[in-house]
Design a protein around this ligand. Structure first.
Ligand code: IPE
Ligand code: IPE
Ligand code: MG
Length: 249
């Protein structure tokens, strides 16, 4: 039994946690191995994050798996990541299903090799009736591109008379994002010590708590995740109000 998990207030859980799973390459290099060795050793950390969320019933977990910029990495690394993704999905689909998780994918899926896309969509379809929690994989995902696409689609709806410019507000805008069915991110975690968001969920993290950990992704454990939740619960989220106003609420 985890002592850290015991400290979590189950009444004040984040509804949506997003993770930038960073540091695989450095983890491998520090062991004198190729970068791809780090990716292979990252799968257990992914399992840890999913299981930790599932154990404490966090309804939405979004994992930054592959960014739109990651396509520019060496071909060998990209190919290894794509095969790993397909293999892992094949192996883990049953497990995701039996945990009652519904999987979603966000990003520019057209750029993915057909095998990967098909495997992803298969698991999305297999789990579509599940309601225990949501696992969102951001793959070939870039937030600026997501926002630009929203702008283009709204513009075309304005042109066709489906949307009145006066009615464009935050709520309407969100309906044009990949994440339209998900709540805003409450907690964003990034491993590897880098303090940046690297084109991830820029709109959706407007009021998220941010945590940057000095841990490389393959070393990520359930207890590290639980500690992030405890730290999140020790923050006062003010949304622009004063601390006194929040105390009264
Ligand atoms: C994260 O680890 C995995 C992906 C971006 C796909 P990196 O591969 O970025 O590892 P570092 O940051 O170079 O150590
Ligand atoms: C962000 O990590 C993308 C993922 C974790 C999938 P990167 O390693 O690509 O980010 P930068 O290049 O350090 O900003
Ligand atoms: Mg990196």
């Amino acid at each position: 039994m985890s002592l850290i998990k015991e400290k979590i207030d189950t009444e004040n859980l984040p509804q949506h946690v997003a993770i930038i799973m960073d540091g695989n390459g450095r983890w491998a290099k520090s062991r004198g191995e190729e970068r791809t060795f780090g990716h292979k050793n990252a799968i257990n950390a992914v399992r840890n994050a999913i299981n930790a969320c599932n154990e404490i019933n966090i309804p939405y977990l979004t994992l930054y798996t592959f960014s739109s910029e990651n396509w520019k990495r060496p071909t060998y690394e990209v190919n290894t990541l794509m095969s790993l993704l397909t293999e892992t999905l094949l192996l883990e689909a049953e497990e995701i299903f039996s945990k009652g998780l519904r999987m979603h994918v966000i990003g520019n899926l057209e750029k993915l090799p057909p095998m990967v896309r098909e495997q992803l969509l298969k698991v999305v379809d297999l789990t579509k009736e599940n309601t225990k929690g949501n696992l969102v994989l951001a793959i070939s995902y870039g937030s600026q591109n997501e926002i630009l696409n929203a702008v283009k689609n709204i513009s075309s709806d304005v042109k066709e008379g489906k949307v009145d410019i006066e009615n464009i507000d935050e709520k309407l805008f969100e309906n044009y994002l990949y994440t339209k069915d998900f709540p805003p991110v409450d907690l964003l975690i990034r491993t590897s010590g880098e303090i940046r968001v690297s084109n991830f969920l820029l709109w959706q993290i407007a009021y998220a708590e941010l945590q940057f950990l000095n841990v490389l992704w393959p070393d990520f454990s359930k207890d590290i995740f639980f500690q992030c939740i405890v730290d999140y619960q020790n923050k006062e989220r003010r949304y622009g109000l004063t601390g006194e106003q929040i105390q009264i609420q």
